[in-house]
Design a protein around this ligand. Structure first.
Ligand SMILES: [Zn+2]
Length: 311
């Protein structure tokens, strides 16, 4: 039984998957297009997301409460099929497209009900997605809503999960005091690093805030200074082989960053990233991880140690 620690709950794509599964073919087609092969990881991710947004926007009756219930049931089924005993789910706080939901507070209630109904042996914690690529005022509203408790879902989150690009470092600096405040209040902090940009940016972030866990981190293994920081603070790297391979961050079929990290004495887990976007499962990611059965046992122990419980 596994702990899944890096799993995005991208509701638009999940809605398409239950409501009109045929449309997922449009997203998959992007990944096999020649234009996709010509650009780097960050641009590839953007191409996939543009397609999801475009496809979702052309489905007028997609975001109903009834669909969200089906999405929640499908999510639980996915966890059961992948033998997941615990998942830390990254979910947006506003879920604006779902007009009949009051954001994450309703979404989490529906997901919790789906878990209870299924009688699956599954525990779920939620981390609030902080997408720093969005405008500053938008991110600021979300993060202060959590820190001040004005977001009704604030008490339901174990932590936050930050993603950013090099152009967003000024926003990161600006909101750093709030992130530090969250941590002081017991919130866990995840940051996506060592994936879409070089290590200068990751070093900049790590000098200001050492997260509890890092999403991906595969490129960080080339940096001795960073490795020392990760070791000192026991920062877990939540790696995602299929995502890295599709986005051309690293081809896991030819080398295993997870194995390298284990050799360096760093805690590692294997995850799905955004399973709907990459059309993947935990099983497929474990198969691509290049780890032996003994190393995978270590990954299971690491997942149990580093997963988040209630605050
Ligand atoms: Zn991710």
């Amino acid at each position: 039984m596994y702990s899944l620690l890096h799993c995005h709950f991208e509701s638009a794509l999940r809605a398409l998957a239950v409501h009109k599964p045929g449309t997922l073919g449009e997203v998959r087609a992007v990944a096999s297009s020649s234009a996709f092969g010509l650009v780097g990881p960050a641009e590839r991710l953007l191409m996939l997301w543009r397609t999801v947004k475009h496809t979702a926007a052309s489905e007028p009756d997609l975001f109903t409460v009834e669909t969200f219930h089906r999405v929640a049931d499908a999510f639980v089924e996915e966890m059961v099929a992948d033998q997941v005993e615990h998942v830390d789910v990254r979910i947006g706080t506003s879920l604006r497209r779902w007009r009949d939901l009051r954001g994450a507070v309703d979404a989490i209630a529906i997901l919790r009900k789906a878990v209870a109904r299924s009688e699956a042996e599954l525990s779920v914690s939620f981390v609030a997605g902080l997408d720093f690529t969005k405008p500053l005022d938008e991110v600021e509203r979300v993060v202060t809503g959590l820190a001040e408790g004005s977001d009704p879902a604030a008490e339901l989150f174990a932590g936050v999960d930050v993603n950013l690009l090099p152009a967003d470092l000024a926003k990161f600096d600006r909101l750093l005091p709030v992130l530090r405040q969250l941590r002081a209040d017991g919130w866990k902090i995840n940051v996506h690093l060592g994936e879409l940009f070089d290590n200068d940016v990751s070093r900049y972030v790590l000098k200001r805030l050492v997260p509890d866990r890092i999403g991906h981190g595969v490129l960080l293994l080339d940096d001795l200074e960073v490795i020392a920081v990760l070791r000192e603070h026991d920062v877990c790297l939540d790696m995602c082989p299929v995502s890295n391979t599709v986005l051309n961050v690293i081809d896991w079929a030819s080398s295993s960053p997870a194995k390298r990290a284990l050799d360096l004495g760093l805690p590692v887990t294997i995850n799905t990233d955004d399973p709907a976007l990459f059309g993947t499962t935990l099983r497929a990611n474990l198969a691509l991880s290049g780890l032996t059965a003994a190393e995978l046992e270590l990954v299971v122990d690491t997942g149990r140690k580093h997963r988040y419980g209630p605050r």
